[in-house]
Design a protein around this ligand. Sequence first.
Ligand code: FES
Length: 316
Amino acid sequence: MTTLQVRLHAISYEAPTINTYELRTLDGAALPSFSAGAHIDVHLPNGMTRSYSLCNAPHETHRYLLGVNRDPASRGGSQCVHEDLQVGTTLEISAPRNHFPLVEDAPHTVLVAGGIGITPMLSMLQRLEALGRSWELHYCSRTRAVTGFIAALAQYGARVQWHHDAEADGVRLDLAALLQSHDTSTHFYCCGPSGMLSGFEAAAAQCAGAPERFHVEYFAAKEASAAEGGFTVQLARSGRLIPVRQGKTILDALVDAGVEVSYSCSQGVCGTCETRVLEGVPDHRDMVLTKGEQQTNRSMMICCSGSKSACLVLDL
Ligand code: FES
């Protein structure tokens, strides 16, 4: 995978646990362009790779802006970002990828964000503004004090609806009512904690119109990784056979065997480990591919998906 060297140009405070991180090229050249909803992988000083949504306007080519919440349940990624990164640090990143693309010609767009799930929505709403499209944002967080990007969103007035459910006068967002209150040409986007995403998907299932109008981005896996093992992976380029034993994912087996592969979240949500399938039938467990893409069995996320066939031939 192609990587790019960037410098951490600025860190800004957004909320007690949220900072933004502005990345620029080392020589001031333009960065690869991106579309609203895209993310990049950041190779962190602690050896981890983590995916973060780009939250600046997609027409900007001089910087990538990331919003990172210091998660108390961090597996080391957000903690390293908050504690170890300093202005001037050089970082290796991937080019932007987008598994959460915006349908730019919808007559109306409803963005629903929970917590740090606001980051892709910031990029989306700036794109919709640039296109002169109609949109509204529903932004859920526990209290105003822990909410990021308040100043940046203030300019949009009533198009931003705040839902602080732990405030005395806070009102919890009623997802079912929200989804039912728009006509069937409206597109909805949701990014936030898994409970919110399941609620959104359940509410969407009750709505009329095309299910493709409802778009979600997961931060964490919804189901367990396939670690049943009992099959073999064949690496097409070398012919090498790697057994995947019980208790191991394909990614585990490949890493143990010294095969170099790219991965980040290890949970089937970022798309970094997507690998072409040349033969065999994967047992898809990821949140990246659409159901239709999974059914073609052309590619799979090797960090979390297993195999329904005795052998999988991968383009590795
Ligand atoms: S490493 Fe993120 S989807 Fe596999």
